[in-house]
Structure formats: C-alpha cells, structure tokens
Design a protein around this ligand. Structure first.
Ligand SMILES: [Zn+2]
Length: 134
C-alpha cells in the first residue's frame, strides 16, 4: 500500500484494504492510550507550559547574558509543580522563582557586593565559568 500518496486516501468509498489498514492503526493507538494517559497525569502540562511562557517573557531583555544562552533547562520548567509561597527574583536569569529554587547561602561576587543570589540553573552556569583551583 502506498501510504505516501495522500490522494489515494481522498477517494470514496475507500477500498477494503485501506479500511483494514486504518483499523489496524486504531487498534495499535488504542493500546497506547493507557500509557499516554498515565504519563500525562504525572505532569500538569498546561500549567507547565503557561509557567514556561511566563518565565521566558520576563527574561527577554537579557538575551545576551550567559545566564540565558546556556544549554541547561531553566528552573521550574520540566517535572516541577508551580508551588505556593514566597518567590525571589534571580539576578542572573531575571526570573521570579520559588525560593526553593535558590541556594540559601550562595552569594555572587560581582565586584561590589555579595548580595546577589542565583537560582540553581544560574549557579551552575556561574560555576562552570569559574577557573578550577590548583
Ligand atoms: Zn537564575
């Protein structure tokens, strides 16, 4: 059967061999449904997508920053729940994140103060830039 030619699927009535082929696909897909439903229940994809957009829209002004052009996933995106409670603004990525997304005692030396605290992701970016001690 030539599945790449969509014109064959437009003709009506469909040949018996096409109906048989399509029904087999549905049988396979329906056996995947319980597994997919289980995976979707584990994540609130709608809430995570909304959170991802919120976090990225806030950070657009600093795209040239090393805290935005790294290969790590941003904090609080995948596999996380939007948590209630206090939030803090990360000085690296400029995202407002739950306070559990920060190291409590880490302070970034910016040449003038130790008061800036980074989220886990920005801390990892910052740490990978530091020269190793000998
Ligand atoms: Zn950050």
């Amino acid at each position: 059967m030539n599945n790449g030619n969509s014109d064959l699927w437009i003709s009506r009535p469909l040949p018996e061999s096409f109906l048989s082929y399509a029904s087999y696909d549905i049988k396979l897909i329906s056996s995947l449904l319980p597994k997919l439903q289980h995976q979707l229940r584990r994540h609130d994809l709608k809430a995570e997508s909304k959170r991802y957009l919120e976090l990225n829209q806030r950070s657009r002004s600093n795209r040239g920053s090393k805290y935005h052009s790294h290969g790590f996933l941003p904090q609080e995106i995948v596999g996380s729940k939007v948590r209630a409670g206090a939030t803090k603004l990360c000085p690296g990525c400029n995202r407002r994140l739950h306070q559990a997304s920060f190291y409590t005692y880490f302070h970034l030396w910016d040449g003038s103060s130790f008061t800036k605290k980074l989220c886990f992701t920005c801390f990892r970016v910052h740490s990978s830039d530091r020269p190793t001690r000998r």
